[in-house]
Design a protein around this ligand. Sequence first.
Ligand code: CMP
Length: 227
Amino acid sequence: MLEKDNFLKYVPIFADLDDETLDKIGRLGKYKSFEKDSAILMEHETGSALFVIVKGKVKVFRVSDDGREVILSILADSDFFGEMAILDGLTRSASVSAIEDSELFIIQRSDFLDLLYNHPEVSISLMQELTKRLRAADMKIKSLSLKDAEGKVATVILQLADDIGKIRQGVVEIEKLPFQHDLANMAGTSRETISRTLHSFAKKGLIELDGSKLKIPNYEKFKELFQ
Ligand code: CMP
C-alpha cells in the first residue's frame, strides 16, 4: 500500500503536479474504506464525486434486463473512476463495487473541475487515460463481434494483463485471477468455455496456471497471436 500522505504523487493523472498542489488536493478530498463486495456507486444514480483507489480492487459492471452482469473493467491501486458523470453531468454510466477490501480517496465535482481548469496537465493525463479505456473498449467490441471462443478468452486475459498484471522481462503475472463466472461475464461466453479454453492455452504453453495465479510466459507472442 502507498503511504496515505504521498499516494497522490503516484496517481498518473496527478503525477505532473508540484508538491504544493498535491498537498492542496490531499486536503480537499476525504478517505473512505469499502469492504469486499460492497457497492460504491450504482448505474443510473446521479453522481458528484471522483474516486481514486488508494488500495484495493474494484469492478466496473453493468447489469442486463435479465439480471446478467457484464464486467467492463477491473481497476486497482492509483486508478480513478466516476469521472464520466462529473464531466457530462449525466447519471453514472455503470456500477462499481469493491472486489477486495479497498480504500478510496474521494474528490467532489467542483474541486475536480477547478483542478482541470487550473492545471491543464491533469486534463491531458485524464484524456490519455480515457483514450486508453476507449482503445480497450474497441478491442472488446471487436472480440465480442468477430472472435471465436479462444479469441474472446484471450482478449480478457490481455485486458487483465493490462489492468492488474505485473510485467517483468516479457513475462506477465496476474496474481489473483477473477472467478471463472466473472471471466465468463467479461468475455461474453460461458464458464465452461472459460475453463476449457484456459486449460487448452495451458496445454499449448501459452499460459501457466497455479491456483488463482496466471502467468503469460511470452507476453509479446501472446499479443501477436490474439490482438
Ligand atoms: P461514471 O459514469 O461517473 O460512473 C461509473 C464509472 O465507471 C465511470 O464514470 C467510469 O469511471 C467507469 N467506467 C465506465 N465504463 C468504463 C470502462 N469501459 N472502462 C473503465 N472504466 C469505466
